[in-house]
Write a protein that binds this ligand. Structure first.
Ligand code: GLP
Length: 254
């Protein structure tokens, strides 16, 4: 019989699922529960392949779940720099395609860093101010880079960082380049919420599944350490952080 296993490691709650659809349904359930109690919630959104089935599930089921996005405010974790926001590989395009065009969210309530600002540093500062002025993020969804990055906070990023401009690591560039197509112009930099911005959220929910995430999960929990060289270890500093993993990603910890 299928079941979900719960454990807790270094203060991080972990739920392990036998299948990805179960994991996705659980993540969406967490979002629907929040929107049911607080339709005006501020939601921190993530991108990447991990979240494609999540947004599909949310779009297909939110009405059945009795919730609406009409009063909901969102902030995305990050956006590439130096591309047009309509570019096929931008996170603006990703979010429009996977979620915003499919739910009743109001465009004025959606926030993402500009992908082509005149002054990227000023854009990052403005983004951080907007998040603070919204009253803070109620639940921040997170994916996990193969090198342990969260948002685009690459290994070595200060845990005191707020929203900032960052250079992408070679590992991230090669992992994400396929989205830009062959010979496409994979950006080399991005604006991302900082680790401190993420930790300021009231709840954190990280999703990771598949064999390719198992070494990042292993690194996160090896030797119980908290280290800037593994950004995902920052979750251990948060009071309400949960990871939803499948058995493949979790194999080093179960
Ligand atoms: C990108 C994003 C991250 C995401 C990570 C994992 O680099 N900036 O927010 O978590 O990739 O992506 P995927 O879900 O495609 O493995």
């Amino acid at each position: 019989m299928r079941r979900m296993r719960r454990l807790e490691l270094d203060g991080v709650k972990i739920e392990v699922f036998d299948s990805v659809p179960e994991l996705i349904a659980r993540a969406a359930g967490r979002l629907f529960d929040l929107l049911r109690t607080d339709p005006e919630a501020v939601i921190g959104l993530a991108t990447g392949n991990t979240f494609i089935p999540f947004y599909k599930f949310v779009a297909d089921n939110y009405r059945k779940a009795g919730v609406s996005f009409s009063e909901t405010v969102t902030f995305n974790l990050d956006e590439y720099l130096g591309i047009r926001s309509e570019s096929g590989g931008s996170y603006h395009t990703y979010m429009d395609r996977n979620l915003f065009s499919k739910v009743d969210i109001r465009r004025e309530n959606v926030h993402m860093p500009d992908s082509n600002p005149q002054d990227p540093e000023a854009e990052a500062e403005k983004y951080e101010r907007l998040i603070s002025r919204s009253g803070g993020i109620d639940i921040q969804f997170l994916g996990l880079g193969r090198n342990g990055h969260i948002g685009f906070n690459e290994p070595g990023t200060s845990f005191d960082s707020v929203s900032h401009v960052t250079a992408l690591s070679e590992a991230t560039i090669s992992a994400n380049a396929p989205v830009f197509g062959e010979g496409g112009d994979m950006p080399r930099s991005a604006i991302t919420m900082g680790i401190k911005t993420i930790l300021n959220s009231r709840r954190l929910l990280l999703l990771a599944y598949g064999d390719e995430k198992s070494s990042a999960i292993h690194e996160t929990f090896s030797a119980g350490r908290i280290a800037e060289s593994v950004p995902s270890t920052a979750l251990k500093l948060h009071r309400n952080a949960t990871m939803l993993l499948d058995t493949r990603a979790a194999k080093a910890v179960i």
